[in-house]
Design a protein around this ligand. Structure first.
Ligand code: HGY
Ligand code: MN
Ligand code: MN
Ligand code: MN
Length: 426
């Protein structure tokens, strides 16, 4: 039996479950979800939990200028490490597994190697990336994109959350609280990167397959649209003289939604996806005509030209509906083209998944693309990278009801263990 198989066989369901439950306490909600947005006090407390747990596994811990945390298990040779991990920040109303599962899975691989008492040739590093979600500070995948291209950090530090707090200030506070953690350079060479994540969609569950080999990630673009009218009295202002910012916002929103029709499609069918998720209305009063309406646009597609057309349609709609009130795209704050992972990495992942599924007598892995973006999309610019998915119950995520069967969670970690250790012994 080789050490990849040994590591896979030492993955512990109980230890994994314990750490998933423990981490979910940080921001745990009464509805079973988790609220742990990046660099909040709760997120910073969860960072300390991960640091302490990693140190208890014998890892050395380091942190970079974007607050990315690295948990390292030395190898026999001082070579570039194999990287795994994900993110520990969540949506405002998130689940227990989005991101957290990938970080804890990486630490479970290290615990399994410790228990097996074996050394890999290369070091293994588990990362917890800062601000993958982008829900508090845009854009998403900030930590991983800054790690790969450090000159992005200066601009990211200027990002402001809805309460007006600057990312740079929140980051400096978090770094100060990790003064006991040695600082490490960004853009360090990595031999390879494997990220394990829940699918967050319906494809694996509808196929009855517990392991997914992710071949690519769809493109994403984020915008802020601002509509400006005139605040006025809801009772005294004649309809014919109003400059109601909500009227123009609705007109633009309807045009955008019409680009992405709500037709039922088979799970995994590529389609344009449009979400207008965050709205701010001023003064947001029941009896004042909205003077200003600001909303965000999240558009996704595997086909970048489809997003080009949708982006042009957005600008055109703002122009077309401006008149009594004005509308404009005031910021474009996230733009990532589609990402495809190298065939060689897909085959390594497939081998790890096949051994894990074979041992548990379930369906062999299937290939799919990711509807969600992930930190792995930026690591693909830095080193050979790929992802493993496990199913999401009812395809639900970014919701307190997010769930994955424990047997599938364990299977994913077994596949990860085999893959990471095999890569670390090459
Ligand atoms: O939005 C995304 O795709 C990721 O889950 N943050
Ligand atoms: Mn995620
Ligand atoms: Mn997410
Ligand atoms: Mn009054």
């Amino acid at each position: 039996m080789n050490i990849a198989e040994l590591a896979q066989d030492h993955v512990s369901k109980d230890r994994l479950n314990r750490t998933l439950v423990e981490l979910a306490q940080f921001g745990g909600r009464s509805d079973g979800g988790v609220s742990r947005e990046t660099l909040t006090d709760i997120d910073k407390a969860s960072r300390r939990y991960l640091i302490d747990y990693a140190r208890s596994l014998g890892c050395t811990v380091s942190i970079d200028d974007c607050g990315n945390l690295f948990f390292r298990r030395e190898g026999l040779q001082n070579l570039p490490p194999v990287l795994t991990g994900s993110h520990a920040d969540t949506q405002p109303v998130g689940g227990k597994y989005d991101g957290a599962y990938g970080v804890l899975a990486g630490l479970e691989v290290i615990a399994a190697l410790n228990e097996a008492g074996v050394q890999t040739e290369r070091p293994i590093e588990v990362v917890s990336w800062t601000n993958e979600e982008g829900s508090r500070f845009g854009p998403g995948a900030m930590g991983s994109s800054a790690f790969v291209q450090p000159d992005r950090l200066a601009e990211y530090r200027q990002s402001v959350d809805p309460q007006g707090i600057r990312f740079g200030n929140a980051l400096d506070e978090a770094l100060a609280e990790c003064a006991d953690v040695p600082r490490v350079a960004m853009a360090r060479p990595m031999a390879a990167c494997v990220e394990l994540h829940i699918e967050q969609g319906p494809v694996l569950e509808s196929a009855g397959t517990p392991l997914g080999v992710v071949s690519g990630i769809q493109a994403v673009r984020w915008f802020t649209v601002q509509c400006t009218g005139t605040m006025a009295h809801a009772g005294t202002t004649p309809m014919g003289v109003r400059r109601d910012a909500m009227v123009i916002a609705n007109a633009i929103a309807n045009e955008l939604y019409a680009l992405a029709p709500r037709t039922a499609t088979a799970p995994g069918t590529p389609e344009l996806r449009m979400t207008l998720g965050r709205w701010q209305v001023e003064p947001n009063s029941v009896n004042t005509i909205p003077g200003r309406v600001e909303f965000t646009v999240d558009m996704r597609s595997l086909d970048d030209s489809e997003l080009d057309a949708a982006e042009q349609a957005l600008y055109a709609a703002c122009k077309k509906h401006s008149g009594e009130s004005e509308a404009a795209v005031v910021s474009k704050f996230f733009h990532r083209a589609p990402t495809y992972f190298p065939e060689g990495m897909l085959q390594v992942i497939e081998k790890g998944c096949t051994r894990a599924s074979g041992k548990s007598g379930c369906h062999p892995p299937m290939r799919l693309t990711s509807g969600a973006f992930h930190d792995a999309m930026y690591l693909a610019d830095h080193c050979p990278t790929a992802m493993i998915f496990v199913p999401s119950v009812n395809g639900i995520s970014h919701n307190a009801a997010e769930e994955t069967d424990l047997k599938d969670l364990v299977l994913g970690v077994q596949a990860l263990a085999y893959t990471v250790v095999a890569l670390a012994c090459e």
